[in-house]
Structures are given as structure tokens and as C-alpha cells.
Design a protein around this ligand. Sequence first.
Ligand code: TYD
Ligand code: MG
Length: 453
Amino acid sequence: MAKVKVKTGFVCSDCGATYPKWQGHCSACDAWSTIKEVRLGPEPRSGRRDGFAGTTSPVTLLKDVQFTDEHRFSSGSEEFDRVLGGGFVPGSVILIGGDPGAGKSTILLQTMCHAAASREVLYVSGEESLQQIAGRARRLQLPLDRVKMLAESSVERVLEAAESERPAVVVIDSIQVMQSAVVDAAPGGVSQVRESAAAFTCFAKTSGVVLIMVGHVTKDQSLAGPMTLSHMVDTQVMLSSTEDARYRLMRTTKNRFGPVNELGVFAMTEKGLREVKNPSAIFLSRTENAAPGSLISVLWEGTRPLLVEIQSLVVSAQYGSPRRLGIGLDQNRIAMVLAVINKHGGLVLADQDVFVNVVGGIRVLETSADLAVALAIVSSFRNSVLPQDLLVFGEVGLSGEIRPVSNGESRLKEGVKHGFTRAIVPKGNAPKKEIPGMKVVGVTSLSEALDAI
Ligand code: TYD
Ligand code: MG
């Protein structure tokens, strides 16, 4: 038998960038000590390339390309469908990432049991035994009769079963335990995960099967976790838990077939995950006594509003350079807001530690919370309580101007629904027609906003 030449390469375990030789620093993602030598396996089998779209074509004019509308179908859960941009696209590869215990297996088991009513589903478990899964499905009272199960960790045998069963959806739980015979390395390592994921991706692209891979993320987001895989997949969905572990948040961080800003919310109950259809106020916990530095803002998550509490604490710095810490917020935006407060609000915070927290473990990804962050910081600094029925949103610009944000009126209306009676918002977002029950102050600059509180 011809000796198979083992190819090795150097791969960054965080971002998946490859290098011809070892180096300490990954120039692609700026991480240190993440580049490891991996066995890439023998020459790629014919027709298999990383990120390969499944078909090749001669040179064609764009106008001559025939196309059909994607035939999406439901995942079995409305929230999951919405996060994906309207359900599964045939031939797409979806990676579901999250910490162990985030609920990846639970959500997939629940949705697949329902999706199986209309499509063939094959659920491959390499982690839990079939008895364990069946026990859980029974406890959650899921429809069991149509889901096909396979306990397997060999890539080749999974593909064989998928070829013969021809399901519409294949779930791989998880990619970290899959092992391809082509690569002589332990499962879970970068080379095994890459090779297995590439084989599954190629299968999905050539067969039109929807392929869902589960991927665990370690604490430091590394080791062949979703970072390495995200180049290969069409859609990357992250499942995370809120601080109190009552809710699970689902968000796409990459999506070739839909939006990336849609947030799905599930409640973790003893009966599994329940969809939260109207999550706008789940993070609000009104206390009897209002405290300085606390303020409510409205975020816009995809197509829905979400009310969040911003808390700030400003205290004299004890040692050396003052600390600026943000939880759920971008550090750079906090630094920017502080600079604007200093220059255009006339408050000197240079000798103060500043902490800002978004309550509930939600991560703010848009700029509409800037004004609320600024006012919360000022409120804490002055030790003055802000009214509990006050709602604030708006983007803060470098010259102290307050810029309008999207969906202003809908944000205000959501506030009215939850009992807010006044609001400080960008002038451009102040409605022309009065909103019943809500007194809106439109501001154009930070100093106007400070005068309004
Ligand atoms: P699981 O789906 O096994 O997590 P993952 O596959 O992401 O590692 O979820 C496990 C967690 O969910 C576990 O901490 C218990 C909790 N859970 C419930 O609270 N209720 C339930 O009905 C189920 C099935 C799980
Ligand atoms: Mg699991």
C-alpha cells in the first residue's frame, strides 16, 4: 500500500488562520500563543475544499444565472426561525455554539421533534446515549415517533447513514466528539474538528441537507470551538444564558441567509425551553426605592424593542489611575461617553472610578444606549435619583450632539405600554404627534439633556 504522506500546518485555534510555519502571534486575529501544529490529513479528497459551495460553473454573466427562491422550511420553533431569518435554507450549514449547559441539546431535541412532523430528521448524538435522550424527550412530552436517532462519533459512518436515510435535516451533537478516519488525531483537537466539519459541510452542500452542528465554547472561546469553524458554516448561532440562568438568548453572529441582529429569547423551565414571545420587559425589575445611577433605556433587537436597566457607579478612585469598567457594553463607547461628559457636560471625572452595568446579562450592540449611559453616570456622580418612570435613548456624538436612532416612535410606544410617562430622546426621534400618556423631551445636545433631568 502506498504510504500516505501526512501534511501538517500551523493553525490558529481562535480564528482558524493557517500559517506555513510556527509563530507566536496570530496576525489575523491578534491573539498570542494560539497557533499550534496540526495534522491536516492526507491530500484533500477530490471535490472537497474548505468553504466549498457545492457546485462549480463555467464563467457566466450574472444576468444569465438562473435562480430560484430559497425554499425555506420551519425549524419547529418560531423564535429559532426568526433568528435564522425565516427558517432553514436547504443545503445550509448551521453551527450552534455556547457554553456547556447553555441548552444546545435541549433546544435541538425540542425543535427537531416538532420539525420531524413534516420533514425527515436524523439526530446524531456522540455525547449522550440514546437512552438519556429518549428519557429527556419523554419527560418533556415531545412527539417521539418520527425523529431518527443515531449514536455515533465516526464521521464516515454518520455520512453513510445520512446518505442512505436521506433526511432533510441532520443534527451533529457535537462536532467536538466527531472523529474522521482520514485524520490521525484525537477528537476535539483543531485538526479533527476542521476535517470533520469540512466533510459534513461538503455533504450538506452537495446533497441539499440542512446540517446543524453543535459546538462547545471553552471559557476563553478557544480550542477548535466555533471560532475555527465559523469560516466554514453559513450561519453561526450563539446560545447564552442570562445572569440569573432563567432565560436563554439566541443570536446569530454570522448569517449568509438572513439578518444577524435578531434576538431569540427562551425561558428555561422544568419542561424544557419555552419561547418568550414578548420579551421586551423581562429584564426590568422595578424596585421600591430608586437608586442614583439607575436608568431605563430601550434597545432595538432586530425587529423588537427590549427595555433594559443601565446602572452606573461613580466613586473616587482609590489607587493610581481610575478604573473604567463596563459589563454588557463596549469599553470604547464608555470611554467616549466619559470624554463627551467632560468636554460638553463640564463634569470632571478624571479622579473617579466609573462602573457601568447592563442588568440581566444582556449585551448592548447598538449606540442607542449612549445617552442613558451618560445620564446614569451623571446621576451617580451627583448622587441624585432619576425618576423611575423616565425612559432615555439616543446616540451621543463626539461634539456633544445627540443623534437620532432607528424606530424612535416604536421605542416610545413600548415604554408607554410598560408604564413610562416621560422620556428624554434625540430631537429627531421626538414624535410630531403627541403620544398619549408620555411626555417627550427632544434634545439636540448633551447639555440640553443634562438640563432636562
Ligand atoms: P443541555 O441542552 O444539555 O445543554 P448543552 O447541550 O448546551 O450542554 O442543557 C442542560 C441544562 O439545561 C442543564 O443545566 C439543565 C437545564 N434543563 C432544565 O433546566 N430543564 C429541562 O427541562 C432540561 C431538559 C434541561
Ligand atoms: Mg449537549
